[in-house]
Design a protein around this ligand. Structure first.
Ligand code: ADP
Ligand code: MG
Length: 252
């Protein structure tokens, strides 16, 4: 394959089967994300955003369809290879931060490198310090998650996602549990990381935040219904719903 696609999915479907019901969460998603892109995924609650991100992050497998990550068809990997591949290639940021409460900031960020193995303590220390510096949290490295604000916890979670230098950073509603001031800071941080070369896919239901991305994908009932360039350059934000146009920013 002669492309610089980091993510390349085709005809992706996901059906959840429980005792009584089948839920068709994804019904044929095609998406390609190239190295260095910043893509926002928007859509109403229940449209399949988290399902898609879980599959992209190798946390779940699709029912059908293909997924090539960094040029590798992930379906061919066994569980161990998959875990290894995820550790190397994917940084995941969750709405709920998911830091480990018993570990301090430094130890939380170090954890993916410990799992990866092959690095000396000194090499790990250098990478952890750089990642924390990157998100402006180096001065809190001995704090525990409970001693930090939500915005600070999310910045630490972003450092943890980035410390291993993954091919792609996936963020599922990273500002969902933050007030607007902290949400803006996290969004500014993600934009700065992208400007320095990180490839980002972010889910948000907030049109103002989607405007930070360079490309917008709209998901509706398990399908991509529209793709558009970001509205940011126009000083506007994406319209609500499946429409693919921009609207004036409303005063809040
Ligand atoms: P979003 O993140 O856009 O809100 P989700 O991807 O979480 O949407 O969910 C998409 C659909 O799949 C919803 O109808 C949801 O109820 C269903 N769903 C999600 N996870 C599961 C699961 N583990 N088992 C059964 N149904 C699920
Ligand atoms: Mg979700």
């Amino acid at each position: 394959m002669t492309s610089n696609a980091v993510i390349d999915v085709a005809d992706l479907t996901k059906v959840y089967v429980t005792d009584e019901v089948e839920t068709h969460a994804l019904t044929g998603v095609n998406l390609r994300v190239d190295s260095g892109e910043y893509v926002a995924i928007m859509g109403p609650s229940g449209c399949g955003k988290t399902t898609l991100m879980s599959i992209l992050g190798l946390l779940d497998a699709p029912t059908a369809g293909t997924y090539d990550l960094a040029g590798t068809p992930v379906a061919a990997l066994d569980a161990r290879q998959r875990a290894h591949f995820r550790n190397r290639n994917i940084g995941f940021v969750f709405q709920s931060f998911n830091l480990i409460g018993d570990l301090n900031v430094y130890e939380n960020v170090e954890l993916p490198l410990v799992y990866r193995g092959g690095l000396s303590r000194a090499e790990r220390r250098e990478k952890v310090a750089a990642a924390l510096e990157n998100v402006g949290m180096l001065h809190r490295m001995r704090h525990y998650p409970a001693q930090l604000s939500g915005g600070q916890q999310q910045r630490v979670a972003i450092a943890r996602a980035l410390v291993g230098d993954p091919a792609i950073l996936l963020a599922d509603e990273p500002t969902g549990n933050l007030d607007s001031a902290n949400g803006e800071k996290v969004m500014d941080l993600l934009a700065a990381l992208n400007a320095r070369g990180a490839t980002l896919v972010m889910v948000t239901h907030d049109a103002r935040y989607a405007a930070h991305a360079k490309r917008l994908v709209r998901l509706f009932d398990g399908q991509i219904v529209a793709e558009q360039e970001s509205c940011r350059s126009e000083g506007r934000v994406p319209a609500e719903g499946p429409a693919s146009h921009c609207v004036e920013v409303k005063e809040r």
